[in-house]
Design a protein around this ligand. Structure first.
Ligand code: PAF
Length: 285
């Protein structure tokens, strides 16, 4: 496995890689969720490139950029074991040199859910991912369903900017008790870690109600809200039942739309103590 930092090193190393190239962009502090993306890329591509970059422009002024967990040596060991071919670890100065002033804004789907409570977040994500795409030039790029809105924003951005690549979305990886894997889980104290399972329990309760025939979006939101409120360490930020493509909240009944059968994206943002966690489940097809 080769590791590069400078852009010209990346370009040279990229030229030597057999096509097709699969790309897994990360912010490091890797876990099984990231490794599952690397494995998916390996199964479908001749070479796998991983980037590790804690992107400052996607953190808000009150968010945890400085405290974001980092352990580059451990990440590199995990990627070598997983069989990645090339790892790029750019510095902030490489991606945002002095005088930087160009941004990618995906307009509508970034206004809702995470975008409504984290202004500027998706501008940072879309900008850095567009830059990573143009430097790495992959044929396929892999993201997790755990960040469902991010996946939708990146898909839209790649299509709108005519990137010649396929965005592949892989299933959320969960701990044995259902907690979605996330680098932020390391912030949780033992009682908070226990309490954090409430997100998956709330999503599962609404999923069961849907399976039993409930189609009223408001009642599914209410079902998730009640489960979250039963956990004293949890504070709900939003419980959403939205159209999976437009991310608009569904009012009234969930009904077939376009090519889809009855389907909806259930998503949650919940503070467990000071740690903000998100999770989601797709209902229907
Ligand atoms: O999901 C992440 O880790 C980040 O948002 C990404 C896609 C690597 C962009 O910084």
């Amino acid at each position: 496995m080769e590791t590069v930092i400078a852009l010209d090193e990346l370009r040279l190393a990229r030229l030597r890689l057999p096509e097709t190239v699969g790309f897994v962009p990360t912010m490091g502090f890797l876990h099984e969720g990231h490794l599952s993306l690397v494995r998916a890329a390996q199964a479908e591509c001749a070479s796998v490139v991983v980037s590790i970059f804690v992107n400052p422009t996607q953190f808000g002024p009150n968010e945890d950029l400085a405290a974001y967990p980092r352990d580059l040596q451990r990440d590199l060991r995990m990627l070598a074991e997983a069989g990645a071919d090339l790892v790029w670890t750019p510095t902030p100065e490489i991606l945002y040199p002095f005088g930087y002033q160009t941004w990618v804004t995906v307009e509508q789907i970034t206004q809702l859910l995470e975008g409504a409570v984290r202004p500027g977040h998706f501008r940072g994500v879309a900008t850095v991912v567009a830059k990573l795409f143009s430097c790495v030039r992959p044929q396929r790029a892999y993201f997790g369903q755990k960040d469902a809105q991010q996946a939708a924003v990146i898909r839209r951005m790649a299509q709108d900017l005519n990137f010649d690549l396929q965005v592949v979305i892989c299933p959320t990886r969960r701990e044995a008790d259902g907690l979605a894997m996330s680098s932020r889980n390391t912030y949780l104290s033992p009682p908070e870690r226990q309490a954090a399972t409430i997100l998956y329990r709330a999503l599962s309760a609404a999923q069961q109600a849907f399976a039993a025939g409930e189609r009223d979006a408001g009642r599914l939101r209410q079902c998730m809200t009640e489960v979250i409120q039963s956990e004293p360490l949890a504070r709900l930020q939003y419980a959403s039942c939205a159209d999976p493509d437009s991310l608009q909240e569904i009012e009234g009944q969930i009904s077939p739309a376009g090519d889809h059968q009855d389907c909806a994206l259930l998503s949650l943002a919940v503070y467990i103590g000071k740690t903000r966690l998100i999770d989601n489940i797709l209902l229907g097809d």
